[in-house]
Design a protein around this ligand. Structure first.
Ligand SMILES: Cc1ncc(COP(=O)(O)O)c(C=O)c1O
Length: 434
């Protein structure tokens, strides 16, 4: 068991915070560690402590840390050319060709960015360029980023004090554990999703031109919706003639055991955004969509710059994305995520009966959430318990984001169960003490 933070971490942390604001993230602020290196599914702090990375960076290190194939591709690219702005490079074609093969029907056109929020904004610009409608619909529990528009779409992690937001219609996300109508699926008749008609009508004459949603809620608490509810939500959006945008920034690139999470439901969006795991830690994100939408004016107009940013699509990021796709294929990591997802499901199946504070365990592939509650009747979230569990897990060498299990996709079954042992022990200990 480590005593954290170690001496070196503390020294560097104290110097660093002299110049850098806090407000990074509660996990960094609650345990001041300084990380120095990573290898495979492990990361190391400056005091030499080894941690099994159960959060893959922040779902970014999809092929683990310092994968030799990724390093080679990125180094080779750096030796040749690191930046060129809007021109293609030889490897970009390989990347887009590989991506096109993985996309749902009709999606074969791409634009590249570095950050999720900017990517989501780009998708909405494409949608509005196409249908000239400037209002949007999103869902409850959503998180799409922290820019003004993406904050307006979201309902989670966004303090009101950031200021006024834009007008967005929020539809009910199918969240069965906390059903807004207190019904049970499937007898509910998908009441939450059907309520979309009333919510959309209440918005006045100007109708939202696009619906954006997460196929599995991520930052809002890992919520896996029923497939029929997702299909109905998309059907309703089509009835309202909206562009359908699946935001897979967090769920895409194999995380849920399919390349895109929408494949679990058999739905076909018009646009999708993805990328946390696309560069295995090197920033690269993507909007993928139907050609007629992506190339509509002004977003995709030739010579107009409507989709351009300084660094989006740079050759080094593209090299990292290409390497990631090659590693996923060669090492069968999407399949690994699916197999291990089944193991997590089996392993955690009895936890809600076994532990008083475990309200629900939900997930797909290597994306799982554990919802802790104060009591089973009122289901009041028990976030303080996570603070304690987080520190216990870290002291036992498992790095996590509280309430989530999302290790690199190349974790082995043995490593996964070792991490789960430590999380389960910590839950048990906290439960015994409360
Ligand atoms: C679904 C989704 N969309 C968008 C974003 C925003 O990404 P970024 O933090 O890179 O701006 C996130 C970040 O967690 C996300 O989970």
């Amino acid at each position: 068991m480590y005593s954290l933070p170690g001496k070196k971490s503390k020294e560097i942390w104290d110097k660093d915070t002299r110049y850098v604001i806090s407000g990074r993230s509660n996990i960094a602020d609650s345990l001041p560690l300084v990380f120095e290196s990573g290898q495979g599914v492990y990361i190391y702090d400056v005091d030499g402590n080894e941690f099994l990375d159960f959060s893959a960076g922040i779902l970014t290190a999809s092929t683990g840390h310092s994968h030799p194939h990724l390093i080679k591709r990125v180094k080779d690219q750096l030796d040749k050319l690191s930046h060129v702005y809007a021109f293609p490079t030889p490897d970009r074609y390989k990347l887009t060709q590989m991506l096109a093969e993985k996309m749902p029907a009709g999606i074969d056109t791409f634009a590249f960015y570095l950050e999720g929020a900017i990517t989501v904004e780009a998708a909405l610009r494409a949608a509005s360029s196409y249908n000239k409608r400037y209002l949007y619909a999103a869902t409850t529990y959503a998180y799409h980023g922290r820019t003004l528009l993406t904050r307006s779409l979201g309902t989670h992690l966004l303090p009101k004090e950031f200021g006024p937001t834009l007008n967005v219609t929020h539809l009910h996300y199918p969240s069965c554990y906390r059903c807004p109508f207190k019904l049970k699926h499937p007898e509910c008749g998908l009441a939450c999703v059907e309520s979309a008609h009333d919510l959309l009508k209440s918005g006045g004459n100007e109708k939202p031109g696009a619906l954006i949603f997460e196929p599995v809620i991520g930052a809002g608490g890992i919520i896996v919706p029923p497939a029929d509810a997702m299909r109905r939500m998309v059907e309703i959006a089509r009835e309202w003639d909206m562009v359908i945008i699946a935001d897979e920034v967090l769920t895409g690139v194999g995380r849920t055991g399919k390349f895109l999470a929408i494949e679990h439901y058999g739905i076909e969006p018009d646009l999708t955004t993805f990328g946390k795991g696309l560069g295995s830690g090197i920033p690269v994100m993507c909007v993928a969509g139907k050609k007629e939408i992506m190339s509509s004016s002004p977003f995709g107009e030739s010579g107009g710059g409507g989709s351009s940013t300084s660094f989006g699509g740079n050759p080094v990021s593209n090299a990292a994305a290409l390497a990631t796709l090659e590693i996923l294929e060669k090492e069968k990591l999407v399949e690994n995520a699916a197999t291990l997802g089944t193991e997590i499901k089996e392993r955690t199946a009895g936890w809600t009966e076994k532990y008083r504070i475990v309200g629900d365990v939900r997930g797909l592939g290597l994306l799982w959430g554990i919802e802790l509650i104060k009591d089973k009747k009122h289901k009041e979230p028990y976030n303080q318990a996570w603070d304690v569990i987080y520190k216990k897990c870290m002291s036992n060498g498992v790095r996590l984001v509280p309430n989530r299990i999302c290790p690199p996709l190349n974790i082995t079954s043995g490593q996964l169960h070792h991490g789960l042992d430590i999380i389960e022990d910590a839950i048990k200990e906290v439960e015994e003490q409360t």
